[in-house]
Design a protein around this ligand. Structure first.
Ligand SMILES: *Cc1c(COP(=O)(O)O)cnc(C)c1O
Length: 378
């Protein structure tokens, strides 16, 4: 008599699960596609208008404009800040190349500063880069966390610089109770699928709080056309697709839930890993008075990173190096001026662990078990 063989299926935790994003609410999404497409509502229709109202309300501002992607949002925000020919803009080196590219495409020159151990802009390093051509600073609200906006504010005031936030990763994050994206000339968001609020393609938004800025953003994203239908400047074709806006309307209602879930998972990571000396963690949720993080990413620093990644990969756990493992100051072909010693040093240690709202607690415990085993045995 043969006994059944017990098959222990080993757990797999990919870094991100793109098909699961659609599967989560497949029926609802198909209904949204059917309804919107039947109406023939493709460009700047009521779904976009509704999403813009909802997004503005969510962020506590007067205006939100859906745009083609986060990079377009940054270019529009920089143009709104009047960045142009030869103006220098200070950008952290630890960010997506799009932050610096947006400065370039607006006509400015990106100058790269350092980050600190929490991976946010290091304002002291930015101070060293100021000169008579410096016009603006771009705090990047990286990983769903905000920079110290008190410090950034003091710095900007001291040198009379404009603040243009790259809040593409930080929808819902707060500093002193104020939403990321509301500290400077304009806020910018990306709805790339893997972002906390993601659509099924590219998408983005710009938020502003006054009528005059709103009119300029409205023109810049739609061929220079204003509310009166006339062309007032050369603009871009940078509109958010109406079908994506309809999807985002559905998901925005659930965004608080996504954020709560991410914070719970971050809490597990922090509790489980805090005793390991070879790892540097981001501050745990709720551990700082002024910050509310949305944990777009869970980015750590890990000694023996490559061996750790291999250990985890062999156990079905996906990890990623943000920006493919290179910071902007390391792209020699861009020939950028920079001062980024900490970013340089930590570029051999930074690592992102799986973080999204569809992970289970057990997934994260499994990852922590394996990290403990790795450092325990090494
Ligand atoms: C995602 C992201 C952007 C914009 O990306 P798009 O792909 O253009 O939407 C800009 N800056 C940062 C830091 C980002 O993470």
């Amino acid at each position: 008599m043969s006994r059944p063989i017990s098959v222990t299926r080993s757990r797999r935790v990919p870094f991100f699960d793109y098909p699961a994003l659609f599967a989560e609410h497949e029926r609802a999404y198909l209904e949204i596609f059917r309804e919107v497409l039947h109406r023939g509502a493709y460009i700047m229709q009521r779904d976009l208008v509704e999403f813009e109202v909802n997004l503005a309300n969510y962020c506590g501002v007067k205006f939100a404009f859906g745009v083609a992607d986060g990079t377009s949002a940054l270019i529009i925000a920089l143009k709104l800040a009047d960045i142009g020919d030869g103006d220098e803009v200070i950008v952290p080196s630890h960010t997506f190349v799009a932050t610096a590219a947006a400065v370039h495409h607006a006509g400015g020159i990106p100058v790269l500063c350092d980050c600190g151990p929490d991976h946010m802009m290091d304002v002291e390093s930015a101070r060293r880069l100021v000169n008579s051509r410096t016009r603006a600073v771009m705090p990047v609200q990286l990983n769903g966390r905000t920079c110290d906006m008190d410090e950034v504010g003091i710095f900007a005031k001291e040198y009379r610089l404009k603040i243009v936030e790259d809040s593409c990763q930080a929808l819902g994050a707060k500093f002193s109770g104020k939403h990321a994206g509301t500290f400077g000339v304009a806020g910018t968001f990306s709805f790339y699928p893997a972002k906390t609020l993601g659509c099924f393609g590219d998408g983005g938004a710009v938020i502003v709080n006054d009528d005059k800025s709103a009119e300029i953003v409205r023109q810049l994203r739609d061929h220079g056309r204003g509310t009166d239908g006339k062309v007032h400047r050369f603009g871009h074709n940078a509109r958010l697709d109406n079908i994506q806006a309809a999807i985002l309307n559905f998901k925005l209602q659930r965004h608080e839930g996504y954020v709560a879930r991410r914070r719970k998972l971050a809490d597990i990571y922090c509790c489980r890993l805090r005793e390991i000396d070879s790892i540097l963690l981001p501050p745990a949720p709720g551990s700082e008075e002024k910050r509310f993080d949305v944990f777009q990413n869970f980015e750590i620093e890990a000694y023996e990173r490559e061996r750790l990644r291999e250990h985890l990969a062999n156990r079905g756990i996906g990890t990623i190096l943000q920006w493919g493992g290179s910071m902007i100051h390391q792209f020699d072909d861009l020939k950028l001026k920079s001062f980024a010693p900490y970013a340089e040093e930590m570029s051999s240690r930074y690592l992102m662990l799986p973080m999204h709202h569809l992970l289970s607690d057990d997934d994260v415990h499994y990852i922590c078990d394996e990290i403990e085993k790795f450092y325990g045995n090494s």
